[in-house]
Design a protein around this ligand. Sequence first.
Ligand code: M6R
Length: 364
Amino acid sequence: EKAGYEHFMMKEIHEQPKAVRDTLHSVIKDDAIDLSGVGLTEEEIKSVSQIYIVACGSAYHVGVAAQYIFEELTRIPVRVELASEFRYRNPILDPNGLVMIISQSGETADSLAALREAKKKGIQTLAIVNVVGSSIAREADKVFYTLAGPEISVATTKAYSTQLIATYCMAVQMAYVREMINIERYQNLISEMLKLPDKIEKILYDKERIQWFAAKQANAHDIFFIGRGLDYAISLEGSLKMKEISYIHSEAYAAGELKHGTISLLEEGTLVIGVLTQNDLYEKTLSNMVECKSRGAYLCGVTSYGNYNMEDTADFVTYIPKTDPLFVTSLAVIPLQLMGYYVSVAKGLDVDKPRNLAKSVTVE
Ligand code: M6R
């Protein structure tokens, strides 16, 4: 059932090209995005004045990335919230807003409660869900099904990747319908999305190098992930993957926040993983890495092919193929998933079933 892999997590990591491809092809037909299956009409797309993305855990991290993408492409203001906070906050919701719930299982208690809260307030709801017929899928006004297939490992990988795709497709289509992007940009974004599965595949070829690096980190006490913009969103997910299966304390920081406290935690040899895929932010975060290095940090960099000067600063660099900067999360997350996986394996832990965690969190 693990198809020759040692753990479900590794099997699911390798299923990502297919899961992403299937999800893309469920809404992209003849080089155009068709959201009619989701039930979103052009009228509705045009009238949305605010988007609220509500989710837990990794699905929340998809929301953090999606916020950048929706705002950049559609210029619709987006708020991202943890479901466990949203549900008790008596949130102020714009009547023309759209509440987007993201959930693999469709059964997460807080996400379901947040959905009910939004419906009670009379706001349109849309769920991005993997499990057909789950509670969230049944109760939401509209559903975008991700086609990741069953995910067994507690640490999500392929569901996360397909959730990202769902948000890209919605953001690109909404931007086009609202005339925020022209047909050339629209088609270019679609063609870049369609290339993502092959690029993910390419990153997976490099897994032995990451294994070699990760195996050396098994004794780490703390790991810090830093990045700006979308690279911060990726850092959040990389850090969660690492801590939940390796039991190493890890945190993600917006790189600009380092100087506001965190940098005092660095000691000789503390591992800092910098995610630097956004060209306009590259130099800024690189200079943060230099600062970390001068405080003794051991540096790992995740960046795009071409940024070879990172090797002057970082002790280990892993490269990802180029794509539209808006879609880079789909690629940069792969080496971070692999890193968490290989550290967990090197420590001899139960990768698929980390202690104290359940696949589906149906109690708050
Ligand atoms: O089923 P859901 O997507 O609603 O689950 C949300 C979180 O519980 C989930 O993403 C969790 O954080 C994973 N263990 C992360 O790998």
